[in-house]
Design a protein around this ligand. Structure first.
Ligand code: MG
Length: 400
């Protein structure tokens, strides 16, 4: 090796290492190349007996009920060229994809399909079609019953990206179902990807895609990056040259913000009472107990004590649960009762006597007759408490 070549090597080595590293990193997040024949095919799982067709719920948009293709069109908006026969719609080879006239984003989709009973072709040429969410993300339809193909091209794969977790295919000619939960990709106002599209798929009631993040729009051979897309786009079904049949297709639009934040968030009017003041509240009220832990009161209802937040000297709430306590004080400022407010109901709870020494003195001074009356009253109170405890248990059980 000449000096020149050694020098050249030393000079170029760092850039070569960088180049090699970038090549090594140029792979999909899954670590697999699309359509890799070496990727293990999903294990076969025989699905249970299916009760098909599955009727649509009341809020579903029925996209095909066996009558006609009024909800569908071709890629130019013209009438779809697939055929409807015997209450099913069938892909006509060469007729092109069909698209819903209505656009959808986040959704729950139910599709029933059947590969041709007469087995023709092999691998990707056998019973191939596809369900394209937003026309972009294909959940593969394929006759995957005893049909060797690449793992990410099997039935219920997110095509070219994620093989199904298991192969739950039925025999060709039998009706199969997909239940798909789809969340669209989100983008910033500048069009940058905020969160990728996500898919959950049940194939014949077997989970085969568990909230996977799509790597981008699916494709044969290509890897497409995300680009900003509308919030809703038509759903499409693929014509891949095989007469695949479909029936009973319905879809539920999922709300963009299904769990809104409360309009009245956590209260901020919080005060801190001195420990000596807090101790004045400690005691039994009806069937709850007020305790103190450090610098806050607790509400004890039989389980773990719940932290109480003081809003005023009379008004407290449980930190994480929608329970409010409104205390009543006597003329000396001592809490003597509380209103327990939960789930739209208010229960008044009287404070029990919590001074045993005073009680003993009183009882010693009582006449025997008075003692008997008091015992009767205590028995009745015990029974009332038992009833209240039962009511509380029933309420707790009802709300679990
Ligand atoms: Mg396909």
């Amino acid at each position: 090796m000449s000096i020149r070549s050694v020098t050249w090597s030393l000079f170029c080595l760092p850039s070569l290492v960088v180049a090699m590293a970038s090549v090594a990193n140029a792979q999909l997040p899954t670590g697999w190349r699309a359509h890799d024949w070496d990727r293990a095919e999903a294990t076969v799982v025989t699905p249970g007996d299916a009760a098909l067709p599955v009727p649509p719920p009341s809020d579903a948009v029925v996209l095909f009920d066996g009558k006609d293709l009024s909800q569908w069109c071709d890629n130019e908006g013209n009438p779809a060229k697939w055929i409807v026969k015997d209450d099913v719609m069938e892909s006509v080879p060469g007729s092109g994809y069909v698209f819903t006239k209505q656009a959808f984003g986040d959704c729950q989709l139910h599709v029933e399909w059947s590969a041709p009973q007469k087995v023709e072709g092999s691998s990707q040429g056998r019973g191939n079609s596809g369900v394209f969410l937003m026309g972009l993300y294909e959940v593969q339809v394929l006759d995957s019953f005893e049909n060797r193909t690449y793992a990410d091209g099997h039935a219920a794969s997110v095509y070219g990206q994620y093989p199904p977790l298991v192969n739950a295919s039925r025999k060709p000619g039998e009706w199969q179902s997909y239940d798909i939960i789809f969340h669209r990709a989100r983008f910033t106002a500048d069009g940058d990807l905020l969160s990728p599209a996500r898919l959950t798929v049940l194939h014949n009631q077997v989970l085969v895609q568990d909230n996977v993040e799509s790597l981008g729009p699916t494709s044969w051979l290509q890897h497409y990056q995300y680009s900003n897309t509308p919030e809703q786009l038509p759903l499409s079904l693929q014509d891949h040259g095989n007469p695949v049949r479909y029936r009973n297709i319905w879809i539920r639009t999922l709300k963009e913000n299904p769990r809104p934040l409360p309009t009245t968030p956590y209260r901020t009017d919080v005060i801190q009472l001195a420990s000596s003041e807090l101790d004045g509240y400690v005691g039994e009220y009806g069937n709850v107990r007020i305790g103190r832990e450090g610098r806050h009161l607790t509400l004890n209802m039989g389980g773990r004590p719940m932290e109480l937040i003081a809003h005023t000297p009379t008004n407290f709430s449980v930190r994480y649960t929608a329970i409010t306590l409104q205390f009543e004080h006597d003329k000396d400022g001592k809490p003597v009762a509380l209103d327990f407010m939960m789930a739209g109901d208010t229960s008044r709870m009287e404070r029990k006597v919590d001074e045993p020494a005073a009680e003993i003195e009183q009882e010693e001074g009582m006449e025997e007759e008075d003692m008997e009356v008091e015992e009767d009253v205590e028995d009745e109170e015990d029974m009332d408490e038992d009833d209240e405890d039962d009511d509380m248990d029933d309420e707790n059980n009802a709300t679990r």
